[in-house]
Design a protein around this ligand. Structure first.
Ligand SMILES: CC(C)(COP(=O)(O)OP(=O)(O)OC[C@H]1O[C@@H](n2cnc3c(N)ncnc32)[C@H](O)[C@@H]1O)[C@@H](O)C(=O)NCCC(=O)NCCS
Ligand SMILES: Nc1ncnc2c1ncn2[C@@H]1O[C@H](COP(=O)(O)OP(=O)(O)OP(=O)(O)O)[C@@H](O)[C@H]1O
Length: 217
C-alpha cells in the first residue's frame, strides 16, 4: 500500500450512496453535504464527460454514430438513449456504453477525491452513484459504508408524476426498469427510508454523518 493510500485511510471515510429513481438519494446527498460531507456526483461527472471536447465524444460517436451528437458537438442524451435502449441488441449496446464511460467516470472520481483530500484535513467523502449495486465490483474504490435510500414503488411513482411531470404509466415503467431493490439492499449497511417526514429522515442522515466524523477522530 503506498503512502497516499495510508494517508487516505487515516483522513477520510468513504461512503457509497445509492437509491432507485425518485427514492430520495439527491435529497439525502444534499443533507450530507450540508452536514460537511463532500459529495462526488457520478451523474454530474457523466454529463461533464458528454460535453463538447470530452475524450468520450469521439469514442461514443465511433460506436453509436454521429447522430448522437448535438449542434455544439456534445452528446444528445435522448439520441444516445435511443441507440442504447431502443435497439434489439440492447445488452451489447449498454455494455459498449459502459466500457466507454465507466473508466473515464472513475478516473474523474479518483481525481476529484484527491482534490478533496489535498488539504490534508479529515473528510467524509460520499460517492453518489445511482447504479452502485451494478458497478460496485468494478469500481477502483472500496467503501467504509454503503447507504441505500428507499421508498415504496407507489410513492416514487407519485413523486415522478407530481414533481417531474411524468404520466403515471411512464413513471411506473421507469421505476420498474430500476426494480433491482434487492441488490441495492444487499450492498447497504445503512438503509434510509424516505417515506417518512423529511425532518425525521434528516435526523437519521445527521446521526450517520456525525458517526462517520467520529470514526476519524
Ligand atoms: C444513456 C443515457 C445517455 C440516457 O440519458 P437520459 O438523460 O435520457 O436518461 P437517464 O440518464 O435518466 O437514464 C434512463 C434510464 O436508463 C438507466 N441507465 C442509464 N445508464 C445506464 C447504464 N449504464 N446501465 C444500466 N442502466 C442505465 C437509468 O438508470 C435510467 O433508469 C445516459 O443514461 C448515460 O449516459 N448513461 C451512462 C451512464 C454511466 O455510464 N454512468 C457511469 C456512472 S456509474
Ligand atoms: N422524506 C421525504 N419526505 C417527503 N418528500 C421527500 C422525502 N425525501 C425525498 N422527497 C422528495 O422526493 C422527490 C425525489 O427525491 P430526490 O430528487 O432526492 O430523488 P432521487 O433518488 O435523487 O431521484 P433520481 O435518482 O431520479 O434523481 C423530491 O421531490 C424530494 O423532495
Amino acid at each position: 500500500m503506498d503512502a497516499w493510500h495510508i494517508l487516505g485511510r487515516m483522513t477520510m471515510r468513504r461512503i457509497g450512496l445509492t437509491g432507485g429513481i425518485a427514492a430520495g438519494k439527491s435529497t439525502v446527498a444534499s443533507r450530507m453535504a450540508a452536514q460537511g460531507a463532500q459529495v462526488i456526483d457520478y451523474d454530474k461527472l457523466t454529463r461533464m464527460l458528454q460535453e463538447p471536447q470530452s475524450p468520450a465524444i469521439l469514442r461514443l460517436a465511433a460506436r453509436f454514430g454521429d447522430d448522437i451528437l448535438d449542434a455544439e458537438g456534445g452528446v444528445d442524451r435522448v439520441a444516445l438513449g435511443r441507440h442504447v435502449f431502443g435497439q434489439d441488441d440492447r445488452g451489447r449496446a449498454l455494455a459498449d456504453l459502459n466500457a466507454i464511460m465507466h473508466p473515464l467516470v472513475y478516473r474523474m472520481a479518483e481525481r476529484e477525491e484527491r482534490r478533496i483530500l489535498s488539504d490534508g484535513r479529515p473528510h467524509v467523502v460520499v460517492h453518489d452513484v445511482p447504479l452502485l449495486a451494478q458497478v460496485i465490483d468494478g469500481l477502483p474504490f472500496r467503501f467504509d459504508h454503503v447507504v441505500t435510500v428507499v421508498a415504496p414503488v407507489d410513492v416514487r411513482v407519485r413523486r415522478l408524476v407530481e414533481t417531474r411531470g411524468m404520466d403515471r404509466s411512464t413513471a411506473l415503467v421507469r421505476v420498474r426498469e430500476q426494480g433491482d431493490e434487492e441488490s441495492r439492499l444487499a450492498i447497504a449497511d445503512h438503509v434510509i427510508d424516505s417515506d417518512r417526514p423529511m425532518e425525521q429522515m434528516f435526523e437519521t442522515v445527521d446521526m450517520l454523518v456525525d458517526s462517520w466524523i467520529r470514526e476519524m477522530e
